[in-house]
Design a protein around this ligand. Structure first.
Ligand SMILES: [Mg+2]
Length: 360
């Protein structure tokens, strides 16, 4: 165990990393990954890393400023992420603890957990009580058309992936059905296929369209309708036989608790940036375990892999490596699993030349 010191400073940088090919969804396309890179340094010289993905470049500067502004609130404090998470929540109670504020808190939380793991000389997964072993992953495809997803699947099959997700929700439901059929022909009967509507349907449309997907052997249907309407999700869930997946848009463990209590979903997939970093993930995983719900992850595959290794009922890691161009060591995939190094921390580090090249 190295001396960890106290929180000394937060360094924040912003990048606009091209996503090639772009991620297409029924709720908009994403050609650029706006990333906020965070380095939290302790008085003992340990640096913890994390990054945030703001979806739109418009949110890049406000999120970076929130993170930088929080330095004054945690400077000199112990490297105690759960305690600091509660303290920051308390400080922002009057403003509200979701949206950009929770994203900033989550980024700081992940970086502090990284610093703590480094001081303990342990990979984050081990610090959290898990073991380092391959993490079953699924490939998240970026395209929506039959041609593009079949083309994209090719190299991923060679990497050993046996589970794939893609975005549906085209105006004509037949277009979705033929894309699912084309991918099934390409992957064969044993592959897992999941689909994601990205909240694009009305409740009435979802009730009409979801039952038509029930006999296609899909492993889950993700976010058909507005992510905040838990009551309707519960209704839609009862109308379809395919398992429902949700969680990437939950703001903190409180939303997870409400969704689970409403019976809104069969499977959960928290997003480290919106759920409250590792601290929020940990608290959400406890709720999922109590409810018997399998837990997958949403983007941030590098740190999510560590979290899943310490999560009861861990299901699959979402593999979509939009930050890879600025990482010193992008996540490795072997036989369809993420393979982590048995080294202290969460595995994040920066490719400084790329960070300079993509600086926003
Ligand atoms: Mg999704």
């Amino acid at each position: 165990m190295r001396e960890v010191g106290t929180i000394q400073s937060i360094r924040v940088r912003t990048c606009r990393v091209p996503i090639d090919p772009p991620v297409e969804t029924a709720s908009g396309h994403v050609p650029i990954a706006p990333l906020v890179l965070i380095d939290v340094e302790t008085s003992a010289g340990i640096i913890g890393h994390s990054y945030l993905f703001t979806y739109t470049p418009l949110a890049l500067k406000p999120v970076a400023e929130l993170v930088a502004g929080m330095e004054a609130l945690i400077k000199g404090q112990p490297v105690a992420p759960a305690m600091l998470f509660d303290m920051l929540q308390q400080r922002f109670r009057l403003l509200g603890i979701e949206g950009l504020v929770l994203m900033a808190i989550s980024g700081i939380d992940m970086a502090i957990w990284d610093a703590l793991a480094k001081s303990a000389g342990l990979p984050l997964a081990r610090l959290l009580g898990g073991d380092i072993r391959p993490v079953p992953a699924y490939a998240s495809l970026r395209g929506m058309s039959a041609d593009s997803i079949v083309r994209e699947a090719e190299p991923l099959l060679e990497q050993g992936f046996t589970a794939f997700k893609f975005k549906i929700g085209m105006p004509d439901p037949e277009t979705d059905l033929s894309a699912i059929a084309a991918l099934r022909r390409k992957l064969g009967p044993k592959a897992k296929i999941m689909v994601d509507f990205n909240q694009s349907l009305s409740v009435a449309e979802a009730k009409r369209r979801l039952p038509t997907l029930d006999d296609l052997g899909l492993n889950w249907i993700e976010e058909p309708t507005l992510s905040t309407d838990f009551a309707s999700q519960a209704e839609i869930r009862r109308a379809a036989r395919t398992p429902m997946q949700a969680g990437e848009n939950w703001w903190g463990p409180q939303d997870a608790a409400k969704s689970i209590a409403a019976g809104a979903t069969d499977l959960i997939m928290p997003d480290l940036m919106k759920i409250g970093g590792i601290t929020g993930w940990h608290r959400t995983a406890a709720l999922a375990e109590a409810a018997g719900l399998p837990v997958s992850s949403h983007i941030f595959p590098e740190v999510s892999a560590h979290a899943l290794l310490a999560t009861s009922g861990a299901d699959m890691l979402e593999y979509l490596d939009i930050a890879a161009p600025v990482l010193a060591r992008p996540l490795r995939i072997k036989k369809g699993c993420a393979v982590l190094d048995d080294e202290p921390g969460n595995g994040l580090g920066w490719n400084e030349a790329a960070v300079a090249r993509f600086a926003a």
